[in-house]
Design a binder for this molecule. Structure first.
Ligand code: C5P
Length: 402
């Protein structure tokens, strides 16, 4: 996983070198971004040597790359899209002010605006600067926006004063980063099979039936399970999403292909989560030539597809089985029915007509229906958080079935 570490101009900048090493111990790939002031305290060379990567030091020219060029000018966008997290340690009052007010005048402040990755800041400064209402208001604004703040420690400060403002301990910063990234070890030793995306059922060589599934929920599940230490098999219908790193990715197109891959790979898995929006019907016959326009109406005959989840339910054994129910009406009733019909341990149901839920959104609003009759209604969360809540519940089921 890739992380950008912003280093800003404070005495504590030297501590960022140790931080890089600790982050690397967590198998994180660190790209260092330094502000101009930071380079007064520690040289880019230190970080380049530690990370084996060039250090980004300016918006229009990167270290050693000579004069400004188009490539370096758009680099912040490339970095912004590549990273899984932006950490700033130490974060000065100045950078917090820039972040809070959307000022993008150097690489780091531009990166903050350009990235959708979560942001963690570890402030360090003089106690009066820390306590100043301007700094505190900036922090309140950042927290409200979802930025994670690792509060500074109290103690002796480089300026000779004593109080809050000392950069938090390296361990506290690393712990927060792992927490935000969902890096845990509670799925170590488990193999999780996830299905994701839509399926496509061909009518003829150029046409097919599909649905609005983006695959985001299934990919979030695969990513979350991987970050929690599981071996992950992701059987995916066609999507535009980036293939999660470290995951065994199995691309498929039709329900039949998905069925084949799932049944084959399920033997390896002790948890199966079927998040794919599988076609329930397919054309009864696929034409080998393009269907021509006729004068009258055209009737398409559809046949049911195999229900993969139900098939897994029939040979369940100890495997935990989770299904999804995307509904437009009678959500609870349909979900309960599916729980029994498909012999699943859990059904994750959502009303896809609700804003912020369902297809092609980054968030979801779901209710988890469990075998023991419990219904857990989750608030609107991003799909990665929904994925983790589902995985928490899988662990809970496993714990109680021992
Ligand atoms: O019955 P329905 O299609 O609404 O059930 C949804 C659940 O069943 C999802 O978990 C989906 O992945 C799974 N499913 C399946 N095979 C099908 C249809 C649905 O595995 N042919």
């Amino acid at each position: 996983m890739k992380l950008a570490l912003g280093v800003t101009g404070g005495v504590a900048a030297y501590k960022a070198a140790e931080l890089v090493r600790r982050l690397q111990n967590e198998k994180l790939d660190v790209q260092v971004v330094m502000t101009r002031a930071a380079q007064e305290f520690i040289t880019p060379l230190t970080f380049a040597a530690l990370t084996g990567q060039k250090v980004i030091t300016d918006i229009f020219a990167t270290a050693g790359s000579g004069p400004a060029n188009v490539e370096s000018a758009i680099e912040h966008i490339a970095v912004a899209q590549r990273i899984d997290l932006l950490l700033v340690a130490p974060a000065t009052a100045d950078i917090l002010g820039k972040f809070a007010h959307g000022i993008a005048e150097d690489f780091l402040s531009t990166l903050y605006l350009a990235t959708k990755a979560p942001v963690v800041v570890a402030p360090a400064m003089n106690v009066n600067m820390w306590e100043h209402p301007a700094t505190q208001q900036n922090l309140t604004a950042l927290r409200a926006r979802g930025v994670h703040v690792v509060d500074p420690d109290e103690g002796y400060l480089a300026c000779g004063m004593t109080g809050a403002g000392r950069l938090a301990a390296t361990e506290s910063i690393v712990k927060k980063v792992c927490e935000v990234l969902g890096l845990r070890h509670d799925f170590t030793g488990q193999t999780v099979l996830v299905t994701a995306g839509p399926t496509c059922e061909s009518l003829d060589p150029v046409r097919f039936l599909t649905n609005r599934s983006s695959g985001k929920m299934g990919y979030a599940l695969a990513e979350a399970a991987h970050r929690r230490g599981a071996r992950v098999i992701l059987v995916s219908g066609p999507t535009d999403l980036k293939i999660p790193q470290g995951v065994d990715w199995v691309p498929v197109r039709s329900t039949e292909q998905m069925q084949r891959s799932v049944l084959e790979r399920a033997r390896e898995a002790n948890v199966a989560i079927m998040a794919a929006a599988v076609s329930d019907f397919r054309p009864a016959a696929e034409q080998d030539k393009k269907i021509k326009r006729g004068d009258g109406t055209f009737t398409l005959e559809l046949e049911p597809t195999p229900d993969i989840l139900a098939e897994l339910g029939r040979e369940k054994g100890n495997r935990i089985l989770v299904g999804f129910a995307a509904e437009t009406n009678n959500v609870a009733e349909n979900a309960r029915g599916k729980l029994l019909r498909k012999a699943a341990d859990m059904i994750v149901a959502n009303d896809v007509t609700q804003a912020g839920a369902g297809f092609d959104t980054d968030t979801n609003i779901v209710t988890l229906f469990l075998r023991d009759g419990r219904e857990l209604a989750l608030p609107q969360l991003n799909k990665f958080d929904v994925a983790n809540r589902i995985l928490d519940q899988v662990l809970d089921i496993q714990k109680h079935s021992k």
